[in-house]
Design a protein around this ligand. Structure first.
Ligand code: NAP
Length: 288
């Protein structure tokens, strides 16, 4: 097993597979298309949307990006979703979160048709995941599963400790890893967990998804554990032009000395999230 799990290279492999799928779909007269909706002026969201549309173009998919004003009403956004739900040339719909505070995110999420919900956030897709039915799996957990698969490690019977129980990352991942074929024994930790290192130290796989820069240090993990760092945290750094550096939830330097394999930040989970979005759009187009 390689020490550094190269998310960039694995994401590139996924994108190549998706490119081939797009060619097959094109031959059937299907042009996979994702509608991306950005509301407001959040700079980080604008960066995420730009990288998603770039990736769509690279794999030969069509993107339809809607940039809506900060004061867009709930009704206007729901009307747009109704239009896109009814448009057969649109296979997937993604609303970039977070939305401005006056908008009801859950209602917006559940307004998207489940078969176009390529983010896998719709309550119907979340329920299908729990019941092990075919569904759209949220892109970050799906990307982490692929990273683990690519390491070639046997996960059955292993103890996976996940830090963070969000609906989009930690919780779905905990359910997936407990299911076949992964068959892990899962511990799901959160902010009320007492003595976090008690759990991480016995884990064969540690997955940090808590948004706390450097929370997991080398002394908290067992020798030869596999460490997946989901966190993306902006930490002030005067040496950078931007004034900040991107740091994970894991202290890479100390953890890398103990782990058998570890993802870097950036270049680990991040590229996989976008690659799996492409995978989900191709799946939606293939179903349509
Ligand atoms: P979130 O919704 O803020 O959830 C954070 C979770 O971490 C919560 O469950 C919280 O517990 C838990 N937590 C916070 N502090 C903790 C502590 N000291 N000890 C143990 N648990 C703690 O975050 P998210 O959306 O899941 O994202 C997590 C991180 O991953 C963020 O840095 C985010 O930017 C990053 N992320 C990266 C990608 C990617 O593609 N690489 C994708 C998504 C997210 P409570 O539930 O008790 O509050």
């Amino acid at each position: 097993m390689e020490k550094i799990i190269d998310g960039k290279a694995i994401a590139e492999k996924v994108r190549s597979e998706v490119k081939e799928q797009v060619k097959s779909l094109n031959a059937l007269g299907i042009n996979p298309c994702l509608a991306v909706i950005l509301v407001g002026n959040d700079p980080a969201s604008a960066v995420y949307v730009a990288s998603k549309t770039k990736a769509l173009q690279e794999v030969g998919m069509t993107d339809r990006t809607f940039k809506l004003a900060e004061d867009t009403t709930q009704q206007a956004l729901e009307d747009l979703l109704d239009d896109l739900n009814g448009d057969d040339s649109v296979h997937g719909i993604l609303v970039q979160f977070p939305l401005p505070a006056h908008l009801d995110s859950q209602r917006i999420t559940d307004k998207i048709l489940p078969q176009k919900d390529v983010d896998g956030f719709h309550i119907q897709n979340a329920g299908a995941l729990v019941c092990e039915k075919d569904s759209f799996i949220p892109c970050t957990p799906l990307g982490i599963l692929r990273l683990l698969q690519e390491t070639g490690m046997e996960t059955a019977g292993k103890h996976a400790c996940i830090i963070g129980r969000s609906h989009f990352v930690g919780r779905p991942l905990s359910i997936l890893l407990s299911q076949k074929p992964w068959d892990c024994t899962v511990t799901l930790c959160h902010s009320a967990t007492k003595n976090l290192s008690f759990f991480t130290k016995t884990a064969d796989i540690v997955i940090a998804a808590c948004g706390r820069a450097g929370l997991v240090t080398g002394d908290m993990i067992k020798t030869d554990a596999v460490v997946i760092d989901v966190g993306i945290n902006r930490v002030p750094d005067a040496s950078k032009k931007s004034g900040y550096a991107l740091k994970g939830d894991v202290d890479f330097e100390s953890a890398a000395k103990v782990a058998s394999a570890i993802t870097p930040v950036p270049g680990g989970v991040g590229p996989m999230t976008i690659a799996m979005l492409m995978f989900n759009v191709a799946k939606a187009a293939g179903r349509g």
